[in-house]
Write a protein that binds this ligand. Sequence first.
Ligand SMILES: [Cu+2]
Length: 168
Amino acid sequence: MSRQFEAITKAGGLAAVSILLAAVFTAIPLARAEDGYLPTAAVSKIVSAAPDGMARAAVVILTEALPQGQPDPGEEKTFGVLYVFSPRVVFVHREEPTSFSFWNLQSDETHDFMLTNGSGQVLMKMMLPELKKTTVTLTFHQEGLYTFYCTMHQPEMSGQIYVLPPAH
Ligand SMILES: [Cu+2]
């Protein structure tokens, strides 16, 4: 290895370390601020949330790693580990309190649930810690299509909630 090359790789290594450190120091306060939030008073006109609310319907959403069974090492090398919500499409009724239970099935991966309405407005965000069931009762007050995301695993980890007219 030439001296010049050695110097370049050393400088590159230092730059990488300082970028990494900068990322760590800036990421921590952001992560704290982003711990999650329920719908504000204004947003509660669209959807309201109660941690242990009485529900008339229930949905269980799992977090799954793809591919299941025995992953092809080539796939993992190309795409990394992929996570998805299951199911990815959920139907609920307007004004029907619905219990949403998220089961994070990974022992080494935190997920989250960020809900937006049809115009892309963020309504709420909830952390889904590893190997935990996180439950919230949501009541939608406006019909239509909503989208939910795990902000940590984009674009593959997302789903949709269709809010239908009230059940009779
Ligand atoms: Cu995720």
